[in-house]
Design a protein around this ligand. Structure first.
Ligand code: ADP
Ligand code: TRP
Length: 345
């Protein structure tokens, strides 16, 4: 880990959607390409996180491969030795460090996590202990490699703050054990954003677009048929103000579409807003967004069909060796500090 590390992972429990793509995948992949040589980039598949909520386990292997293919179709280069693509469960140090850090985490800290509160209110009695303490596993994913930059969407900010807290707490108890990731504002600055991104559900713009939404109507998956995605945008919920403006509070649906168009074009929201401000026919504006989405998905899916599984397996093999080496070094440092291994003489 001689270079600063940028790291992110996306759970492999379903297809990924455009919120995942723009919120988490694109920032790291763009950085990997534009600043090659300066950073180590860890793009991993958090397969142990996949069953914090119930899944069909017979599908997990397939979902893991799908995630890897989506990373590659999004532009992740596999032929660069600074870029690691690995499966979390192939690096046992993640689970082992989690147990140790579990013992330094308070129940209260975990119960305050908004995501836990949201998901557990839906699941009731069926809630697993894994969902409760998964932020600890996530912290370990980050701390094992000393990652400083962790691009995630807005909903994961609290988990990142927790990672900084536990790392700081361990560092003051046991000398300097961990590299503390940068504070969230600095991360946004690094990835050229003002804040964490939150693409909203097209049908219900009061909620974030999510793989686990009750209905697919408002979610655009990267593997959606482009025509179907076009229709989803044409039927997006808007408002009756009949004026295109970026105002997420008063006009969440239209603002979401402006945001999506800005991301598709790689332009700032302000530029897109200025170009269409005041337009009164929402149908016309939606068609502009829908056409660009259709084009984007068509291009994306043609890249996806060209991805080689052999290249992915090759990258897993190479990366998992390096990841194990690096993660084990950190784990040993922690084991020594907490007394599980003799101190270095
Ligand atoms: P989901 O809620 O769809 O299950 P995950 O929790 O697996 O998504 O999130 C994977 C990554 O994608 C995380 O970094 C998360 O912050 C980001 N992400 C998820 N949904 C969105 C969204 N609607 N807008 C922006 N980023 C998102
Ligand atoms: N918890 C993240 C999510 O649900 C996925 C994740 C697991 C992750 N470990 C991570 C993201 C480490 C960034 C860094 O989306």
């Amino acid at each position: 880990m001689s270079k600063p590390v940028i790291l992110t992972g996306l759970r492999a429990n379903n297809d990924l959607h455009i919120g995942n793509y723009f919120g988490a995948m694109l920032p790291i992949i763009d950085t990997a390409k534009q600043r090659a040589g300066e950073y180590q980039v860890n793009m991993f598949i958090p397969d142990l996180h996949s069953f914090t909520t119930e899944i069909d386990h017979s599908q997990l292997q397939g979902h893991v491969m799908n995630n890897a293919r989506l990373y590659v179709a999004s532009g992740l280069p596999l032929d660069n030795h600074d870029i690691l693509l690995y499966r979390q469960s192939y690096v046992p140090a993640h689970s082992e460090l989690t147990w140790i850090l579990d013992c330094f985490t308070a129940m209260g800290e975990m119960s305050r996590m908004t995501q836990f509160k949201d998901k557990s209110s839906k699941l009731g009695d069926r809630i697993g202990v894994g969902l409760f303490n998964y932020p600890v596993l996530m912290a370990c994913d980050i701390l094992l490699y000393g990652a400083q930059y962790v691009p995630v969407g807005d909903d994961q900010t609290q988990h990142l703050e927790f990672t900084r807290d536990i790392a700081g707490r361990m560092n003051s108890k046991f000398d300097d054990l961990f590299t503390v990731p940068h504070e969230v504002a600095k991360q946004h600055e690094f990835f050229g954003k003002g804040q964490g991104l939150r693409i909203m559900d097209l049908a219900d713009p009061g909620k974030k677009m999510s793989k686990s939404a009750d209905s697919d109507k408002g979610v655009i998956f990267l593997t959606d048929n482009p025509e179907v995605a076009h229709k989803k945008i044409m039927s997006a919920t808007t408002d009756d103000l009949a004026s295109v403006n970026y105002n997420p509070i008063e006009q969440p649906g239209i603002s979401n579409l402006i945001q999506i168009l800005a991301l598709l074009r790689g332009h700032p929201i302000d530029d897109v807003e200025q170009a269409y401000k005041g337009m009164d026919k929402y149908g016309d504006f939606k068609r502009i967004v829908a056409d660009e989405m259709k084009q984007f998905l068509g291009d994306f899916q043609s890249k996806l069909s060209g991805v080689s599984d052999d290249a992915i397996h090759g990258a897993f093999k190479r990366s998992e060796e390096v990841a194990n080496e690096q993660a084990n070094q950190t784990l040993l440092r922690v084991q020594r500090a907490v007394g599980l291994r003799p101190k270095e003489s």
